[in-house]
Structures are given as C-alpha cells and as structure tokens.
Design a binder for this molecule. Structure first.
Ligand code: ATP
Ligand code: MG
Length: 491
C-alpha cells in the first residue's frame, strides 16, 4: 500500500515542498529512507517506530520504503517524523489516504508519541499556502506562529494518536490561534531617566528615525548603555511585511514566536558570543544575531571587546543588509537589515587619554577604518559632573521624542517607501537632492574631512533625516553641518 504526505524543507528561510511517499510491501521487515536525507532524518526511523508502537498501533513487519522527494533538495532535522509516521499509518489503513492530501505536516516525535516542536514552522506553513493547501498540522508550541498566516487553518496535535484521531475524524482538534506577545521590558525604559547628554540624545533620535548606525564613545558611567537601551522605545512599529519577515527569521532560529512579531527587535549579544552566534552558522545554517535584529537594532556594548573576526564580518551585512553563510554543500543568505548601535570606552582604562597614548591608540584601532566608515553617527558621551547628575531639570519623555521619530519615518515611507538609511544611488540623489549652496558646502566639508564616497553618501542620508525631523523638504546647509559634525572624531 502506498501513502503520500506533504511537508517542507527550509533552506535559510525559504521552504520547498517535500512529498513523503511511504510504501509498505510484503517482504523481509526493513525500514529505509531515501532522497538525500541527513543523519537526523535517518534517525527518524527509530523515533517513528517507537512512537507508533507506544501510541498503541502495530508496527508493520513489512518492507517499508520512505521516499522524500524531490531528491535533490537537502532535508535536515527531525521535522519529518510526524508526516512519515502518519503516512505509514495511512498506508496501513488507520485512516483514509485522502485525509493527507489537503494538509502540510511537520513535527518531531518523542519515543512515547508526543509531538515535539520544530524550527521554521511559519516557513513550512508558508509552503502550504504556496501549494494552495489550507491546512497544517504542527506541534502545539509552533501553532501560534503559523496561525498568523491568513488563509491557513492550523491544528496542533500534542501526540501522534491525537493526529490520527483528527485525520480519521474521530476526535477533531480545535483550530489554533496566534497568541498575544509579551512586551519587551526595554521598550518601557524612559529617555527622561537620562540627565543632560543633549547631544547624545539628539544623535539617538536621528539614528532611530533614519535607521542609521550609531557609535557612542565615552568614559565608564557616562550613560552609554542607558542611552542605547532606550532606543527601542523610539522605534516605529513594523509594517505587515516587515513583521512577517522578522517572524520568519526568528522561527528559523528555533525561537518559536507565539505570534507575529510586530515590534522592532532589539538584540544585545554579549561580546563573548561566538562568531556563528553573531553572524549565523552551524551545520544547518541558522540565523545569527545580525539577522535576529533584522528591521530592528543590534546593540553591541563594549564594541572593541568583540572578536576581531566578528567585527570584520559585520562589514558585509552593514553594507548589503543581508548575510551569506557559505557551507561546503550550500550557501544560505539571511536578511540582516539591522541598525547598529555600538558603545565603547575610548581606552582600556576607560577614560580619554592623550591621543598619542599607545594603549589608547591600539584600543581605538580595534575598530577598523572600513568598519568606522559604515557608522553614520559618532558621538562623544561626556562624563557628567556631580552637579549635572543631581540637577532636577525636566528631561524629554520617550513618548515625546517618539512622536517626532515616528512622524519623520512616516515622511520617509510616503516619499520613498523606506527609511533614509536604505537610500542608494539614483534614489539617494533624487530624494536628497541638494541646491547649489548646500552642495558647495558639503563638497568643501567632504574634502576637509577626507570623506570616502561611502562617507559622503552617509552624510547625505543623515542630513536627509535631520531635514525630515525638522519637517522640511529641502536639505539646507544647517542640516548638512549637523550631519557632518557626527562624522568628526577626536582620534
Ligand atoms: N546622564 C545620566 N543621567 C542619569 N544617570 C546616569 C547618567 N549617566 C550615567 N548615569 C548613572 O550611571 C550608571 C551607569 O550608566 P551606564 O551603564 O549607561 O554607563 P556606561 O557609559 O555604559 O558605562 P561603561 O562604559 O562602564 O559601560 C547608570 O545606571 C546611571 O545610574
Ligand atoms: Mg556600558
């Protein structure tokens, strides 16, 4: 008897439909899986056998062949357990074969038949939609993420037996719905907690409004970490498309989002993180922090403490907004349009020293020229005097600054459908067009500062954002002058 089930293999975040054919034939008892499966899929045989037996079914003493097609797509991981087991049981007549025709199935099986979560459930569910199927069977922990997709009904059996009973119509499962998500505690931190530091706050506002990269540099205790953590409260909510692409990445990383991720991600990995953790990698390439921060903020505190390799690899996603992870058998590309906010002390001892001090020079040199060139705004955060720290002047609330940031971002969206940081080439020239006087000003400034072509474009984008925050269409000299001031460094 031959049965067929459907699932998907996911490379990066992109799914391919996989047909699972199971043939149960007379002959010596045997159980083979063919169609380029990796070790985890081979082990699936043992889990499927135990799960079937322990769910109260008989495991057939027959020649069982499982074919995963197409054969040239690599299948990794354990998510084929459930569809293989169900196709096997359908082939034995435990429920009608047709019940498997309208549904995509994924799930790992425990030996006792419990359904365990998988990664990339939302991406697998998308394959179902692309194949014009309206139903998916997924592990309960993965149901919320798939349930955000319109036009798809999600059922979440917690065991193999529940899945069989659902498909045979004996005991129908309830339809799963997406869960409301908890609020990130950092998004509730208030900018008003930070005294003084007007310039740093202004830079933060510009950076978030235009999705520009920001480096905060200053002595210990000057408030750099405090400032960076309050950036997330300023971020505009994600659009539908952005939310979907962020959710797909977090799902591929095995983070099992319970619903659609609607707020901009804020990722703050520690500097001891592995290169693979930061950039992405592993034998089954998984997204790293740069991709988990897609459409949001990647905060790298103690910036020079990250490994030199990790910092240099950051250059590609900072430029291309995506990261390619090359493996012997395949290379995988993940989106990585993050906004970098980095913080650092100017020297190993913490404080600014003489610029000719060799220890300080070595420390600052850990951030290479090409990497610095990709940072739009560099701000010196000064240490506050005890008087400044104890002064009770009213500082602006996050809610007030957020309104300006959101308004500026809305201007960008309606003008060019993207944040200013993403403007390139002809689009940048068009939307950041300069009149003669400002053009002359920026040329002279570029010459004086020795700006690279990239640096010039970055100044132009920041000036565009400053003008947008001011609510004016034409970029003026004052906007350019402020943008240039964030590229001047003391070293
Ligand atoms: N502008 C400020 N207003 C109010 N409190 C501040 C300010 N700056 C610093 N502080 C206080 O100092 C503490 C340390 O600040 P924070 O951790 O942000 O410093 P940092 O610049 O990141 O230092 P480090 O270089 O050591 O990481 C804060 O928890 C806060 O109590
Ligand atoms: Mg700090």
């Amino acid at each position: 008897m031959l049965a067929k089930a459907f699932s998907a293999a996911v490379i990066g975040v992109n799914p391919t439909t996989i047909e699972i054919e199971v043939d149960v034939a007379a002959g010596l008892p045997n159980f083979t899986v063919v169609g380029l499966p990796d070790a985890a899929v081979q082990e699936s045989r043992d889990r499927v056998r135990a799960a079937i037996k322990n769910s109260g079914f008989q495991f057939p003493a027959s020649r069982i062949t499982v074919n995963l097609a197409p054969a040239d797509v690599r299948k990794e991981g354990s998510s084929f357990d459930l569809p293989i087991a169900l196709a096997l049981l359908a082939a034995q007549g435990h429920f009608p074969l047709e019940a498997l025709q309208t549904v995509f199935i994924a799930g790992e099986l425990a030996l006792d038949g419990t359904v365990r979560p998988v990664s990339s459930a939302i991406n697998i569910a998308l394959a179902a939609l692309q194949a014009k199927r309206e139903m998916v069977l997924l592990p309960p922990q993965n149901a919320g993420e798939a349930a955000v997709l319109e036009g798809l009904t999600v059922f979440a059996p917690s065991s193999l037996l529940e899945a069989v009973q659902h498909l045979s119509g004996v005991n129908k499962l309830e339809v799963s719905v997406a869960q409301p998500l908890e609020i990130d505690a950092d998004s509730l931190l208030n900018l008003a907690d930070i005294k003084a530091q007007a310039q740093a706050k202004r830079a933060l506002e510009i950076a978030v409004a235009g999705h520009h990269n920001l480096l905060l540099i200053g002595p210990p205790g000057s408030g750099k970490t405090m400032l960076a953590r309050r950036a997330i409260g300023l971020c505009p909510p994600l659009s539908n498309d952005e939310a979907l692409s962020v959710t797909r990445i977090h799902s591929a990383a095995g983070r099992m989002p319970k619903g659609l991720l609607r707020t901009a991600p804020f990722r703050a990995p520690h500097h001891t993180i592995s290169d693979a953790g930061l950039i992405g990698g592993g034998s089954i390439p998984r997204p790293g922090e740069v991709s988990l921060a897609h459409h949001g903020i990647l905060f790298l505190d103690e910036f020079p403490e990250f490994s030199r390799d990790a910092l240099e690899v950051l250059r590609q996603p900072l430029e291309d907004r995506e990261i390619t992870i090359s493996r012997a058998r395949a290379s995988v590309t993940f989106p990585a349009a993050f906004q970098l906010i980095a913080a650092m002390n100017p020297s190993p001892s913490g404080d600014w020293r003489d610029t000719s001090d060799p220890a300080q020079r070595r420390y600052l040199a850990k951030i290479s020229g090409p990497l610095l060139d990709r940072i739009d705004l560099v701000v010196n955060v000064q240490k506050l005097s005890p008087e400044e720290l104890t002064r009770t002047a009213e500082a602006e609330q996050t809610s007030v600054v957020r309104e300006r940031v959101w308004a500026a971002r809305a201007t960008m969206q309606s003008r060019q459908s993207m944040a200013n940081a993403f403007l390139h080439g002809a689009k940048l020239r068009k939307h950041a067009h300069l009149e003669v006087a400002p053009e002359n000003f920026i040329r002279a400034a570029a010459k004086q500062l020795g700006l690279s072509g990239r640096g010039y474009d970055r100044v132009l984008r920041v000036a565009r954002t400053i003008a947008d925050l001011a609510g004016v269409e034409q970029i003026a000299e004052a906007h350019l002058a402020e943008a240039v001031s964030y590229r001047q460094r003391d070293w």
